[in-house]
Design a protein around this ligand. Structure first.
Ligand code: FAD
Ligand code: PYC
Length: 415
């Protein structure tokens, strides 16, 4: 595949942009692969990429029932941070954040990583204690975050009203190298790199059954025929329970919609990401100028990928005391994605009761930031058929053993 570069842009400008090739191939499925990944979201594509890059396994298919990145990967609000509390979480989220720093160069694809900084506001005494504790934990884990006072919050984000009557801003947990990236570009960049390694990214290919013999996986049936494999990764976020059912086991996952919305575009007014978890809202400004706004998950399990009117009202009402300018904005569009929630708000990167089947799910409301690290860990698990240093703590068995990795506070978004 030809490299993207300033020289390539100049060359194509001279020939009226007729020489660009497709970013990835659209092949017909083969009869057999060494590994199949179900789900061409960020996590599935990153898994495939690191299977090839780190382990030399390239006879791989990534099967997607819709279009790549059309699930939560293309629906999220793109916040990247690694300020989690527990050690296994800090390890995988910080690995991921650090991979994001150079991902554009590595993939030769501009994912528009923007380390503009993330603040999680403390608006109650309870949150002050919680975030100071996280800042101390992060220091021990080698994750660079700091507790900042209210005046510094105001300095970093001048449009904020820190003296709200109900929820004054008391300070915040600040991660200067957190930020955002372009979500579609992350999926597209990994897909292009996978295709370049000879892998088959197959869209419009729904997995309808998982074949097993003697407790081992032998392949999948799809809307485009049967395909054999002895190594299968299920990486389908909100659809994980369905796929697990096809394979004959259950997962500790509930699926629920998470919604977001954007305002009309306005001039640049906010160059940082702010999460206000007490009131259940968060805010950033996109490169186009839209205010990107999100709140908590729907209050009931569902598979809806749409927005609802009461959600706009609840979320904007929650944020308007701290961001009064929101009251003067028109809202442009809203949407939803189906997130996969575990009881401890930490993911599953795990072998399953069926030999050769591995799952990667449970990232819930916070998996965009985890895509590179998760792909790295899942590829390692699938290649060696055994948990590795980044994935070992995230096995399904922790729910049987009561060994939870509680991240309900760090997850940030209300559940
Ligand atoms: P997905 O991108 O959903 O990919 C799974 C794919 O599997 C889908 O494309 C689907 O079509 C496919 N699939 C399903 N069933 C089948 C089948 N039978 N056969 C073939 N393919 C199948 N995280 C953050 O870190 N920061 C944020 O700011 C953030 N904001 C969010 C805001 C919203 C509104 C939402 C919904 C989520 C947010 N998240 C955020 C969470 C994040 O988006 C997800 O955790 C992450 O994108 C999950 O990626 P994935 O690759 O696992 O899943
Ligand atoms: O995990 O940082 C996050 C997040 C923000 C919005 C949704 N999830």
């Amino acid at each position: 595949m030809k490299r993207y570069s300033a020289f390539a842009i100049a060359r194509e400008a001279l020939r009226h942009h007729r020489g660009w090739e497709r970013a990835w191939r659209s092949p017909e499925p083969k009869r057999r692969y060494d590994a199949i990944i179900i789900g061409a979201g960020g996590h599935g594509l990153a898994t495939a990429y690191y299977l090839g890059k780190n382990h030399g396994i390239t006879n791989v298919a990534i099967l997607e029932k819709g279009w790549l990145g059309g699930g939560n990967t293309g629906r999220n609000t793109t916040i990247i941070r690694s300020n989690y509390l527990q050690d296994p979480s800090a390890a995988i989220y910080e690995k991921s954040r650090s991979l994001y720093e150079t991902l554009s160069q590595e993939l030769n694809y501009n994912i528009m990583f923007s380390p503009r900084g993330v603040i999680m506001l403390a608006q109650t005494e309870h949150e002050v204690r919680g975030y100071k504790r996280t800042a101390h934990a992060n220091a021990l884990q080698g994750v660079t975050t700091e507790w900042i006072d209210a005046a510094r919050v105001k300095q970093l984000c001048p449009i904020m009203n820190i003296e709200g009557p109900r929820y004054p801003v008391l300070g915040g947990l600040y991660q200067a190298r957190g930020g955002t990236a372009r979500h579609d570009a992350v999926a597209w960049g990994y897909a292009r790199a996978c295709s370049d390694m000879g892998m088959d990214v197959i869209q419009q290919c729904e997995v309808t059954a998982i074949r097993r013999t003697g407790g081992k996986v032998t392949g999948v049936d799809t809307s485009r025929g049967s395909i054999d494999c002895d190594r299968l990764g299920i990486v389908v976020a909100g659809h994980s329970s369905h796929l697990a059912e096809m394979a004959g086991f259950r997962l500790p996952i509930e699926s629920v919609a998470l919604q977001a919305l954007v305002s009309e575009p306005i001039k640049p007014c906010m160059d940082i990401v702010v999460m206000a978890n007490t009131v259940h809202g968060y805010l950033s400004q996109s490169d186009k100028g839209e205010m990107v706004i999100g709140g908590g998950t729907d209050g009931f399990n569902n598979y809806t990928q749409r927005g609802s009117f009461h959600h706009i009202e609840e979320t904007v009402r929650a944020l308007v005391e701290t961001f009064p300018m929101l009251s003067r904005l028109k809202m442009l569009r809203q949407w939803g994605g189906i997130v996969d929630m575990t009881g401890d708000r930490s993911p599953l990167i795990s072998p399953t009761p069926v030999e050769g089947i591995f799952v990667n799910c449970g990232w819930g409301t916070g998996g965009f930031k985890a895509i590179p690290g998760s792909g790295w860990a899942m590829a390692d698990l699938m290649a060696r058929r055994a948990p590795g240093p980044l994935s070992a703590a995230f096995g399904i068995e922790r729910f049987r053993e009561g060994r939870f990795i509680d991240e309900s506070v760090a997850a940030g978004v209300a559940h």
